[in-house]
Structures are given as structure tokens and as C-alpha cells.
Design a protein around this ligand. Structure first.
Ligand SMILES: Nc1nc2c(ncn2[C@@H]2O[C@@H]3COP(=O)(O)O[C@H]3[C@H]2O)c(=O)[nH]1
Ligand SMILES: [Mg+2]
Ligand SMILES: [Zn+2]
Length: 499
């Protein structure tokens, strides 16, 4: 009998000191037993009650510990110095903080492990909170962002619902989905500031086409290709971050005029960049200048080499959006594909962003029609760098005695014919080559995965089977790479790239 009561006492002590009333009752019983003042019925009734209370406490406690177990399973208590262990045990375990330790007893390993886990959980919660504070996404925008993986995602609706902030919401949502905000410890307020500044830069010249909606569109399309093809599996987190940021900034502070216009008018930027990839050099240079500013620097956690690699990839991708490089780029990629060597990542990613940049003719008719109207409108009107006066590029060219650029002459433009030419000679061949490139890169990954899955299947190793995807994105369509840190299965790969 006394052994049972002892056990009950011990369990209560470990379970929860707040059930003090219950303990008083047990103590009373103990006293009565020692004085032979308790009947067998009374004792049984009290023990029954005690069992019920303990059951409830046990279930609650186990559930709490299991939750922590799931959340914090990778913590290694041994890696923590004993002083820190003590402090954590005192600060974060319920039992250790409320119950005085018996004379010089060391905290039990389990308690310390839970304490450390709790400490890490608090840190994670804090980090999660600090990275979500400051960016409110309106509910109707959230609803539209559910379609973010779609080929014909309606970016115009997001812009409308988001009060003209399509780039901010799409950019933020994508970085969040790939978990890049946490991985690169990006402060949300800095990210918010950076995205707002990008939007302001895109709005500087009030362009009908080259504005923040186009930037959001190209970023979302890039994401679609990366994930739906499975190419994201081939990339590191840093490469994904660089590709998405490159897409976001690829037309930053676009003047609404072509490179040729800049060159022909000897504009400031044409002089600065010696007539080579004039606008593209400006987009990438101005964006990096922006990121040097503390309030907009989303790259603070990058190590020196990481920053160097990131910068190099972003520069490559943005400079490759220069349309005068288009035929060379396609030819280079075709050559690469005809050789057995591995495909260069920078070239592959540049081609994807370039294709995303000219992708609207491959999307739903309504979207394509809208983009075409906006582009034609932009070709017709122009705010110049030189005078700041709002004039049409074609009109201004005529006024300056320059040859009028193709498509900029209001009187002579044949929209349908020129669009067919653009689709047949530019868009279609680009997508063909991108499809070949994706197949070349993704197929070996798929094959490798099939083999490893067969091995897994033979071993009946369910833990790493096809259903246990650790994803770069939270969506099921976005598996992650075994080559990248924490990568896993490739089973959900498909080649549904260009719709
Ligand atoms: N003619 C034509 N050009 C386009 C169309 N869509 C995009 N472009 C061009 O392709 C370029 C890709 O890079 P930019 O976005 O800087 O500028 C874009 C336009 O100049 C289109 O539908 N028709
Ligand atoms: Mg451009
Ligand atoms: Zn563009």
C-alpha cells in the first residue's frame, strides 16, 4: 500500500505542482492510513479519484511533450554547455522552475533535453514572428495567390485586389513558399521596404507595360517553370533566391523606351554603359545599389562567397534579358545541348527568365491580349530622360529627325502581323530550346530518383519513400533537390513546362 502511495506522490510531483489541492487530499489519506482511521471503501474511493486525476494529467503532459518532440526533434542536448543546460532547465521546464531541486541534484537528462528543445522552440517562434510582422496580405489577395503555381495565373487581378502591389505580394509569397525568408534570415521589414522600393522604381516612368505588374508576372512565370519542370530540384537555395530576385528586378526603373532609342538619343544611360545592354545594365546596377542601403538590404545574412555567387548569377540573368542577345543566346544553348557536357546553371536560368519575359503569347488569350495592348501603348508613348516631357517615342523620334522604330509608328503598325512574327520567330523557338534544356537536365535526375526509389522499395523504407517530400515550396507541386541541402524525392517530377 505505502509503495503505491509513494509512486502516486512521485508521479504527482513530476506531473504538475499546480494540482496542490489533490496533493493535500493524498496527504490527508496518508495521515489517516498511518493512524488506522480510514476504511477500505474510503481508501478505494480516494485511490480511484487519484487514478483519474493522474490519467488526465498524464495524457495532457504526454501530448505536450509529443508536440515538442515533433517540432524540435533534431536538437542535440549534448552540444550545450552545462551552465546553459542549467539555465535552460530552470527557465523553460515547468517542473524545474517551480519545484526546488532536491539537495544538489543535477537536472535529469530528459528535463534538460526538453528545456533545450523549448528554448529552441521559443527562438523559432520568435524568428517566425519577427519575419511575419509587418507584412499584411489582404484576404482577397491571399485567395488569388492560391493559384500562384498556375501557368495562366492572373497577375492583373492580384494587382487590383492588392491595391497596385502585385510585385510586393507575389515576391513576398514566393520567397515565403521556398522558405527563403527563414533560410536567409531576411528581415520582413527590410523585405517589405525592398519590395516597395522596387515597385516605386517600376512606377517611375508610368509605363503601361514595363511596370511592376510585368515584374510580378515574369517572377511568377519563372517560378512556374522552376517548379513544374522539377528544375528547382537541381538548384541550391541561393540559386533559387538569385533567380527569383533577378526576375523581380529584371526591368527595374525601365524608362519605357528601347535600348535603340537610348543609343540613338545618346541618353545618359547609353553613355554610361557604352551602348551595350543599356537598360539591362541599369536594371541590375540600380537594384544592387538599392540593396546596398541598410533599410533595403535583404542579403545581410549572406557570407562573402555567397554574396559573390548571388551577384554574379543575378547579373548574368538580367543581362541575358537584353533582346539583342536573343539569337546568340538561343544558338549558344543549342550548341551546349548538342554536346555531352553538363548544362551551365547560369545559362539555363538565364534562358528560363528570358522565356518568362516573353511568355505572355503562350498564356491564356485574355492575358496575352491585355499585355499586347499595353506594350503597343508603350511603344506609342514615351517620357524621355532628356526633357522629362511626356511624348510618344515614335512622335519624339519624328520630332528629332530619327528613323521611327518598328512598331512605334502609330500610322503604320500592323499589330496582328507583327505579333505573329514575334511568336513564330522569337517566342516559339525560345520555348522549344527551353523545353529541350529542361528535358536534358531533369531526365537524369528523374532516372536517378527512380533507381533510388526502387532500392527504397526493396528495403521497404517507407520513411524516405515517394510520399515523404521535403519541398522547396509548400505546395505539393514543388519537390526539392537531393543535391541541395535537405533535398529529397524526385518522384513528383513532370515535364509540364510550357502549357
Ligand atoms: N513585338 C513584341 N515584342 C514583345 C512582346 N512581348 C514582349 N516583347 C519584347 O520582348 C522584350 C523582353 O524584354 P523586355 O520586357 O525588356 O521588353 C520586351 C519587349 O520589348 C510582344 O508581344 N510583341
Ligand atoms: Mg528588359
Ligand atoms: Zn521584361
Amino acid at each position: 500500500m505505502s509503495r503505491v502511495i509513494d509512486e502516486v506522490q512521485t508521479t504527482i510531483e513530476l506531473a504538475d505542482w499546480s494540482i496542490i489541492g489533490f496533493v493535500v487530499r493524498i496527504r490527508l489519506m496518508l495521515k489517516k492510513i498511518s493512524q488506522d482511521e480510514i476504511s477500505k471503501e474510503d481508501l478505494m474511493r480516494n485511490l480511484e479519484y487519484a487514478a483519474q486525476v493522474l490519467e488526465t494529467v498524464y495524457i495532457d503532459e504526454t501530448r505536450r511533450l509529443c508536440d515538442e518532440e515533433d517540432e524540435l526533434s533534431e536538437v542535440e542536448p549534448d552540444a550545450v554547455p552545462s551552465e546553459v543546460r542549467d539555465w535552460l532547465a530552470l527557465t523553460f521546464t515547468r517542473s524545474m522552475s517551480n519545484i526546488k531541486r532536491r539537495g544538489g541534484d543535477k537536472p535529469k537528462f530528459r528535463s534538460v533535453a526538453h528545456a533545450i528543445r523549448a528554448g529552441i522552440m521559443v527562438d523559432r517562434i520568435y524568428r517566425r514572428m519577427s519575419s511575419t510582422v509587418g507584412l499584411h496580405v489582404p484576404p482577397n489577395v491571399l485567395l488569388l495567390l492560391k493559384n500562384l503555381d498556375d501557368w495562366s495565373f492572373d497577375v492583373f487581378s492580384v494587382n487590383e485586389a492588392g491595391d497596385g502591389h502585385a510585385l510586393k505580394y507575389v515576391g513576398y509569397e514566393l520567397l515565403q513558399r521556398y522558405d527563403l525568408i527563414a533560410k536567409f534570415k531576411i528581415n520582413t521589414q527590410t523585405l517589405d521596404g525592398f519590395l516597395i522600393k522596387l515597385e516605386q522604381g517600376y512606377s517611375k516612368h508610368c509605363n503601361p507595360y514595363h511596370n511592376l505588374v510585368h515584374a510580378a508576372d515574369v517572377t511568377q512565370t519563372t517560378h512556374h517553370v522552376l517548379t513544374q519542370s522539377g528544375l528547382a530540384l537541381w538548384l541550391t537555395d541561393l540559386e533559387i533566391l538569385a533567380t527569383l530576385v533577378a526576375a523581380m528586378i529584371h526591368d527595374y526603373e525601365h524608362t519605357g523606351t528601347t535600348n535603340n532609342f537610348h543609343i540613338n538619343t545618346s541618353s545618359e544611360v547609353a553613355l554610361l554603359y557604352n551602348d551595350r545592354a543599356v537598360l539591362e545594365n541599369h536594371h541590375v546596377s540600380a537594384a544592387f545599389r538599392l540593396m546596398k542601403d541598410d533599410d533595403h538590404n535583404i542579403l545581410t545574412s549572406l557570407k562573402k562567397e555567397e554574396y559573390r555567387d548571388f551577384r554574379s548569377l543575378v547579373i548574368d540573368i538580367v543581362l541575358a534579358t537584353d533582346m539583342s542577345y536573343h539569337f546568340q543566346q538561343i544558338k549558344n544553348m543549342k550548341n551546349l545541348l548538342s554536346m555531352p557536357e553538363n548544362i551551365d546553371k547560369s545559362k539555363a536560368l538565364s534562358l528560363i527568365v528570358h522565356c518568362a519575359d516573353i511568355s505572355h503569347p503562350a498564356k491564356d488569350w485574355n492575358l496575352h491580349f491585355k499585355w499586347t495592348e499595353l506594350l503597343i501603348e508603350e511603344f506609342f508613348r514615351q517620357a524621355t530622360f532628356m526633357t522629362g516631357v511626356l511624348l510618344q517615342q515614335g512622335d519624339r523620334e519624328a520630332e528629332m529627325g530619327l528613323p521611327i522604330s518598328p512598331l512605334c509608328d502609330r500610322k503604320n503598325t500592323m499589330v496582328a502581323e507583327s505579333q505573329i512574327g514575334f511568336i513564330d520567330f522569337i517566342v516559339d523557338p525560345s520555348f522549344q530550346v527551353m523545353g529541350d534544356m529542361l528535358e536534358r537536365v531533369v531526365t537524369p535526375l528523374q532516372q536517378r530518383n527512380t533507381i533510388s526509389e526502387e532500392v527504397n522499395f526493396e528495403r521497404a523504407d517507407k520513411a524516405t519513400s515517394t510520399t515523404s517530400l521535403t519541398s522547396h515550396c509548400s505546395t505539393p507541386s514543388t519537390p526539392r533537390s537531393p543535391d541541395s541541402p535537405g533535398g529529397s524525392s524526385l518522384a513528383l517530377l513532370n515535364n509540364d513546362v510550357t502549357a
